[in-house]
Design a protein around this ligand. Sequence first.
Ligand code: CO8
Length: 257
Amino acid sequence: MAYNNIIVEKRGKVGLITLNRPKALNALNSELIGELNEALAKFEKDDKTGCVVLTGSEKAFAAGADIKEMSSLTYIDAYKNDFITSWDYVSRFRKPIIAAVAGYALGGGCELAMMCDFILAADNARFGQPEITLGVMPGAGGTQRLTRFVGKSKAMEMCLTGRTMDAAEAERSGLASRVVPLDELLEEALKVAEKIADYSLPIAMMTKESVNRAYETTLAEGVRFERRVFHSMFASEDQKEGMAAFVEKRAPQFRNK
Ligand code: CO8
């Protein structure tokens, strides 16, 4: 299906979603978010999709929520319609999803990238939460997720001053998993996604769920959760295949991928 604000493709077992509002530096408006959610829901249902890459253009992953759309919003409308709640579907997407970020990832763009499982950054990436310069603060998890990624001091400085972080600082402080040259970003993201998609999908999904639990509970509870899920993996044919393949010195052929 054709969308107005995103491009959706399949590359083997990898779903590729490209934010595509070039004239507005991929500013996130409600139509774009609706399309993104619909594309993700389709990939979630599609048995032949094992991982998704979310990317933007070389200049901007996304320069934030669409300020022009948001500027006349009233408190009552924001409250009644629970503004932004539908924007965080990415954080509830159950399959692995990688943000491949080049250029600006500001405000809602930075928040969207942080909702993904990890961020691969191009060397020209710039991350920031500049909402304070607009008389608001981050509203799609920025004050919470950025703090968990980079710690209180950096998150507080970024949210209070609106300063941006370059790719090297983002990698150093744990916001990006890795930095790659701009012209290799998409190729590298797709390569990593293919690798993930080649493993057992349910095992990858359980691994994601378990890592995410680290952000939502105590260490003891998280370790307990991990153990329960780990035990359940011994009921899967892919565990039998993965370990048999190791013992027999051959490549595993996972069935559930
Ligand atoms: N919203 C709407 N339009 C935008 C946005 C935006 N966030 N960012 C850029 N644009 C538009 C510009 O208005 C301009 O359009 P036009 O040509 O019609 O005037 C076009 O994109 C190109 O932008 P610039 O001419 O400004 O390009 P520059 O290269 O000079 O500057 C910048 C690039 C530095 C990125 C600059 O555009 C900028 O500062 N943008 C705004 C960044 C910002 O403040 N982002 C935070 C927005 S608030 C927010 O995200 C709240 C989060 C809420 C939750 C979101 C849920 C996911």
